[in-house]
Design a protein around this ligand. Sequence first.
Ligand code: AP5
Ligand code: MG
Length: 216
Amino acid sequence: MNIILIGPPGAGKGTQASKLEDERGMIQLSTGDMLRAAVAAETEVGLKAKAVMERGELVSDEIVTGILSDRLDEDDVQDGFILDGYPRTPAQAHALDALLAEKGMPLDYVIELVVDEAALVERITGRFTCADCGEGFHDTFKRPKVEGVCDVCGSKNFKRRADDNAETVKQRLEEYRKKTAPIIPHYEPQGIVRRVDGMASIEVVSDAIEAILDGE
Ligand code: AP5
Ligand code: MG
């Protein structure tokens, strides 16, 4: 099964994609994670993307679509994937249609995480991840079980994203409202759009997504 998780910054796309990966063996395809990896590795793409991401703006459609297209050719994604953070513009939605048609991959659901924007700044500014295994945490909503130790791998190294500050979040939300939210109607005629209340707890949101994927 192949799905898109769509929603503003902090809606819980990454959190839910990672749960689906653990529980269903689907592969999380986060263009944000791919770009951050490129920035860290100082590749040509990373050098172009770094400042754009730190301003909370969108990286060019060509760069992001190029990265995603290459990733869709890898073996592990053939049994099911979750797109997290792509498509984000009308041009990317059209490019994805063409890519999936060319590669013979269906799109089963577009799941929108519906959230109250006022909660997003707190979600984002409180977020941190394990620097070694990537497990996500939150200062208030998901603290490690043992203070300062990753639940998954036991590491004591954590990191925060360069774009996770209140100022940049405003710009990211603006980009979402102007460029990303308008692509949801593109999928309505196919009857595959579903909405989930993203303000519920992480577990309740996860159950709602699982129910959709189980056709309930
Ligand atoms: P990207 O990495 O995609 O960031 P984003 O869309 O801004 O979304 P976030 O990762 O901030 O939020 P999320 O929905 O994943 O929330 P999370 O699950 O972590 O993109 C970053 C940048 O890369 C962009 O600004 C752009 O520059 C570039 N980029 C990426 N893709 C691109 C594209 N296609 N085109 C162009 N540019 C692109 O949750 C947030 C926090 O809340 C966590 O701490 C979590 O624990 C907590 N939380 C989650 N769910 C709940 C819940 N239900 N209740 C309470 N807390 C919760
Ligand atoms: Mg994310």
